[in-house]
Design a protein. Structure first.
Length: 238
């Protein structure tokens, strides 16, 4: 069953502490926090000091999507803030092995985030050193221009799942960006195992009910996938 997480950027920023507690009570399993610099993407999000102030309020994992230029500059502050996992931006991390080592040296797990138009060709060489991969289903920081989920990411999830399974890697595969219930089911059927949810989660007045219903929808979709696989195998045998 996929982990359901909350992208806190979509919460009410006038009362982040209350929102964090409310979201955790709804049954999410991790918090996804965006750290932008206004240059790599045109938006800005949580500074490390805000993340640090929220850290004592929850024991759930804090996972940071680092969409910045020169990501090495941000690692000391994120480690000090109590971040558990950092998604490095594939597009602005030229020395990937060295940067992953720097993340681990700070006591954090290392992930790699790939934007929708970034080729997957760099993954076969990097998967052995990663804890997680995040595939974006829309353009980061583009506001309404990038609001809707792009179905192109479904096949990207499927391809990365094949890579992970073929290598036997213990890598968490995540998909994010414009996810709604239907697209959550699609990316989980394709092989995603963690879903950081934003607008879909925070728009629902009964967040706990939404999380429960989403898990049921994902489970039903995964069950359908299993039946399709069994039917295909049976057809091949006959």
């Amino acid at each position: 069953m996929a982990r359901i997480g909350a992208a806190l950027f979509n919460a009410d920023h006038t009362r982040l502490g209350e929102e964090l507690r409310r979201t955790e009570a709804a049954g999410v399993e991790f918090f996804h926090m965006d750290v932008f610099d206004g240059y790599f993407v045109p938006d800005q999000a949580f500074p490390a000091r805000t993340i640090k102030s929220l850290r004592p309020l929850s024991r759930l994992p804090f996972e940071v999507h680092l969409a910045v230029n020169e990501p090495l500059r941000f690692l000391p502050a994120l480690a000090d803030a109590g971040v558990d996992l950092v998604f490095l931006p594939a597009e602005s991390t030229p020395l990937l092995y060295e940067t992953v080592y720097a993340v681990r040296e700070r006591g954090m797990q290392a992930g790699l985030c790939l934007a929708l138009g970034t080729p997957l060709s760099l993954l076969p060489a990097t998967l052995p050193m990663l804890d997680a991969v995040l595939l974006l289903g829309r353009v980061t920081g583009e506001g309404k221009r990038g609001r809707d989920f792009n179905n192109l990411v479904v096949e990207r999830v499927r391809e990365v799942r094949r890579m992970i399974n073929a290598g036997g890697y213990a890598v968490d595969l995540q998909a994010a960006g414009g996810l709604e219930t239907e697209s959550c089911v699609e990316v989980c059927r394709a092989g995603a195992r963690s879903l950081p949810l934003g607008g879909a989660l925070y728009r629902d007045a009964d967040m706990a009910a939404y999380v429960t219903q989403l898990r049921m929808s994902i489970a039903a979709g995964e069950g359908s996938t299993q039946k399709d696989t069994e039917a295909t195998d049976e057809h091949r045998r006959t």
